[in-house]
Design a binder for this molecule. Structure first.
Ligand SMILES: [Zn+2]
Length: 451
């Protein structure tokens, strides 16, 4: 993939940031630079008043404490203002010697071989430019901080909407799950590169429309790269001064069903937002799905090596439990054959923990189509948690490729035509800043916005 080193050097020097990571322990992470400290307050602290006087960057809570990133120069003033805090920077300090032991090799900047938002933009534009007859780059919407949420459409006759099954591959609802950007991106790359020489790929691309959205949460991803590695949510400034909505709890199906599958607390890691679809990032995804009748969907996350399907909000089977079980098992078997890694299969509610307002429940709940969450490696925190070595990116992609192809072929083989034409057409912005991307000539994307 194309890289953007100049940008990276610029960002690196100008942000003078936290380095990287490791998450053998919950709060592993960043080696802080000279200017920043991490401090914690008890939950009773009036953060709203505090945030009024000082620029604070809330990182996370662990039940009893709230952790914030702050410029060192403010520490004295905060203390003088009567706020008691604990300096926690050491807890987050990254032992540089671990880097080699872990296999983590930062060859090219903070995020190494992983894509930042800017690098991903370039990679997608480059793919769309290299394969103009079978791919098109769309912007589904803008993030809170005005980054694009891209969708790469892959199909023959790509400029028109055909009566073909549509499959969506999404990545990175959660910022720190970097590998979940790479897998859908590499699958897109593989389809495009092998179209002309691999009859199996040609058949899929000719008879389906594949929509790849590798980065649902661009603000969060860049925050995870340049500020705090274990950041999860988007970058919404909440009413109480904390940051972030969990985008995978912000969809409308059974939103806020209970407070264990998501949280009403803004500072929580699983804060569901003030209302369903309160976030521009989830609205962008909603618009794509209202605009297109999909036949099958995979949403990539990490970690835990599992393939999950609805329901997540309650521990009950859907009406399609048997089909979901079959498809998930077939995918897990295909994955196992590549590198011998076993992905567990099951209902989301039974496998990990309850989740409400998540993407796959919404997709199945509203559209009745198979929707899978694939939790990529590693299997647990001891094996790296949210951090995968750069060397493992290819392995993880390769083992997931046959599973994704299988689901695409299933969608093609069971397709019965579009049952009902979509009534509302959301506004889909086209990429204008690059001539790489063709302008949309057909009328199919015109129409009303349906937020
Ligand atoms: Zn996730």
């Amino acid at each position: 993939m194309a890289r953007d080193k100049r940008k990276k050097i610029f960002v690196f020097s100008s942000f003078s940031v936290l380095f990287l990571i490791f998450s053998f322990v919950l709060l592993s992470a960043s080696s802080l630079t000279d200017e920043k400290e991490i401090i914690s307050f008890t939950r009773e602290t009036d953060l709203k008043a505090l945030a009024h006087s000082f620029p604070l960057d809330p990182l996370m809570t662990d039940g009893k404490k709230i952790y914030l990133l702050v410029d060192r120069k403010y520490l004295d003033s905060i203390r003088q203002a009567g706020y008691a805090f604990t300096l926690e920077t050491d807890r987050f300090n990254f032992d540089i010697n671990r880097k080699t032991k872990s296999g983590l090799n930062l060859q090219s900047g903070l995020n190494g071989a992983y894509h930042s938002y800017t690098e991903l933009s370039l990679a997608l534009k480059s793919l769309a430019a290299s394969y103009p007859t079978i791919s098109r780059l769309y912007i589904l919407g803008k993030s809170l901080e005005n980054r694009n949420i891209y969708a790469l459409k892959i199909s023959d006759n790509v400029t028109i909407r055909e009566n073909e099954p549509k499959i969506a591959l999404l990545g990175c609802h959660h910022a720190r799950e970097w590998i979940s950007v790479e897998v859908p991106l590499l699958i897109a790359d593989y389809l495009l590169k092998n179209y002309s020489q691999d009859i199996r790929i040609k058949n899929i691309v000719d008879s389906a429309e594949i929509w790849v959205v590798p980065l649902v949460n661009p603000d969060g991803l860049d925050y995870s790269i340049f500020n705090y590695r274990l950041w999860r949510k988007n970058r919404r400034l909440n009413a109480d001064g904390s940051y972030g909505v969990d985008l995978n709890r912000n969809y409308s199906y059974q939103w806020g069903y209970d407070n264990s599958g998501s949280s009403p607390e803004p500072s929580s890691e699983v804060f569901r937002g003030a209302e369903p679809f309160s976030e521009p990032e989830t609205i962008a995804i909603k618009n794509l799905f209202i605009n297109h009748r999909f036949s099958a969907v995979i949403s990539y996350h990490s970690y835990s090596q599992s393939i999950l399907y609805p329901w997540g909000y309650v521990d009950l089977p859907t009406e399609k439990e048997e089909l979901f079980q079959q498809l998930a098992t077939a995918m897990a078997d295909l994955i196992y054959q590549v590198n011998g890694r076993r992905y567990e299969v099951g209902r989301a509610s039974a496998s990990l923990y309850l989740t409400n307002g998540d993407f796959t429940d919404w997709v199945y709940g509203f559209f009745q189509i198979p929707a899978f969450t694939i939790e990529l490696p590693p299997v647990d925190r001891l094996h790296g948690g949210f951090v995968n070595s750069e060397e493992d990116i290819q392995n993880i992609f390769q083992e997931n490729l046959p599973a994704a192809l299988h689901l695409m072929e299933w969608a093609v083989s069971t397709f019965e035509g579009v049952r009902k034409e979509v009534k509302f057409e959301p506004k889909i912005w086209l990429e204008k800043r690059t001539e790489n991307v063709v302008k949309d000539k057909s009328a199919v994307f015109k129409g009303k916005e349906s937020r």
